[in-house]
Design a protein around this ligand. Structure first.
Ligand SMILES: *Cc1c(COP(=O)(O)O)cnc(C)c1O
Length: 442
């Protein structure tokens, strides 16, 4: 993964990840964007306050809506994704929720990949059901299933560019084409790939969401989420379908968001911020925005290391007698290798899984997984991914413990499937740790 990241028209990614969204000269000439730890902002005058409230003028108001530290983060992630505007929120979960709520309202419908992150599945099949938003889950590799699931009420297609734990690679272009044929946008959760590996805008996606908690922050310290409007979806092409943007806005008299902000690519983000973040309150703290910015400054360097180490680990595991199967899309044995060749020229994911060999005796198999995981010393048992530290998890007893046998099979997860998130340690130490634990579990 030594080749250059694709650049934005203005700056290449490695430059954007350090500079986008901030120019010193503001207030105290701080070289680094400061933490604006204030709840609210003083207006210049009542006229100024009136203009800001009426969305006639952009300005700082109250930190539930935004802080200047957060605005730098938003611009930076938008630049890295090749998008136009972004909204940063308190968590990846909040980013997914506000994005989908802004697109699909009560009585409307979402088509989603069934390989989604567990928290997203809970949101879609439980909470959204409570709110009268219907969701159909499809196997993300089955293009016919995506097409067949679309109804007149469908408002969005949603999937992850690389899934967890099996690291399936999505054919983003094919699903984007299906969405656009139906007149709806494709939203991609780009958490596992990050724009350092995949930029969904180059493959037809319309919006990107991130759990910035993971690789963008990259150090396992701070929760956050980001939504990016890639500027490709035209809500004005079929205005009756998107009244939330094309009819007078309930919050501000005489404003139609699409008319006022559409040309600048700000309409959708304005809806998210002024309605969903404003009402539900999942605001990002200025401190976390600052932490996430620190992480992003080294994104390409870290991802290059994560990717290279993960591939070395995957190869070491692939040849190990205690390992049945390694689910890494850069390995030629993976069913997703052709898609990886197409979508991942800069490197593969560092979140992937492998299956320990199994006897078929459930108790013995669980015992050997348990011995293996408890014997690890460098790799920590943690319910997270995208940390500087290498992490392990056991989906069958952790993230996926409430799935039925059928859902397990569909997710390609077995009782001996082990998930890894390869960190920034020396890869030889990671491999030695895994080998020693495999020996202990034999
Ligand atoms: C972690 C994760 C989320 C949720 O993000 P939080 O920051 O934990 O709220 C969403 N999508 C994916 C792919 C994730 O890995």
């Amino acid at each position: 993964m030594t080749d250059e990241l694709a650049g934005t028209p203005r700056q290449r990614a490695a430059t954007s990840q350090v500079h986008a969204g901030y120019s010193p000269g503001v207030v105290q000439n701080t070289a680094v964007p400061p933490i604006y730890q204030t709840t609210a902002y003083r207006f210049d005058s009542l006229a100024d306050a009136r203009d800001i409230f009426a969305l006639r003028k952009a300005g700082n108001l109250y930190s539930r809506s935004a802080s200047p530290t957060q605005l730098v983060l938003e611009e930076r992630v938008a630049a890295l994704e090749g998008g136009r505007t972004a909204a940063a929120v308190a968590s990846g979960q909040a980013a997914v929720a506000v994005t989908l709520l802004a697109l699909a309202r009560q009585g409307e419908h979402i088509v989603a990949a069934r390989q989604l992150y567990g928290g997203t599945v809970d949101l879609l099949q439980d909470t959204f059901a409570d709110w009268g938003i219907e969701v159909t889950f499809v196997d993300q590799d089955d293009l016919e299933a995506w097409r067949n699931a679309i109804r007149p009420q469908t408002r969005v297609l949603f999937a992850e560019s690389i899934t967890n734990p099996i690291a399936q690679v999505l054919d983003i272009r094919a699903v984007a084409d299906i969405a656009h044929a139906a007149g709806v946008p494709l939203v991609i959760d780009n958490t596992v790939a990050t724009p350092a590996l995949i930029r969904p805008v180059e493959h037809g996606a319309d919006f990107v969401v991130h759990s910035a908690t993971k690789f963008l922050g990259g150090h396992g310290t701070s929760m956050g989420g980001v939504v990016v409007d890639l500027g490709t979806f035209d809500f004005g092409a079929d205005p009756d379908r998107w009244p939330q943007l094309t009819r007078p806005y309930s919050r501000v008299a005489d404003v139609v968001l699409w008319d006022r902000f559409g040309a600048q690519g700000q309409a959708f983000i304005a809806l998210i911020k002024s309605k969903y973040v404003h009402d539900l309150g999942p605001s990002l703290s200025p401190f976390n925005a600052f932490q996430l910015l620190q992480g992003i400054e080294t994104l390409d360097l870290r991802i290059a290391r994560h990717s290279a180490s993960a591939l070395a680990v995957a190869r070491a595991l692939e040849g190990h007698p205690r390992v049945n199967r390694v689910h890494h899309p850069a390995l030629t044995a993976s069913p997703w290798n052709p898609l990886a060749e197409r979508y991942l020229p800069r490197g593969g994911p560092s979140v992937f899984a492998f299956d320990l060999d199994a006897t078929g005796d459930a108790e013995a198999d669980w015992a050997s997984v348990e011995t293996f995981i408890d014997a690890l010393e460098v790799v920590g048992l943690v319910a997270n991914i995208g940390d500087a530290r290498s992490l392990v998890a056991h989906p069958a007893s952790m993230t996926h413990s409430h799935l039925s046998d059928e859902q397990f099979a569909a997710a390609h997860i077995t009782p001996t499937t082990v998930r890894l998130s390869i960190g920034l340690e020396d890869p030889d130490d990671i491999i030695a740790d895994l080998r020693a634990a495999l020996e202990r579990s034999a």
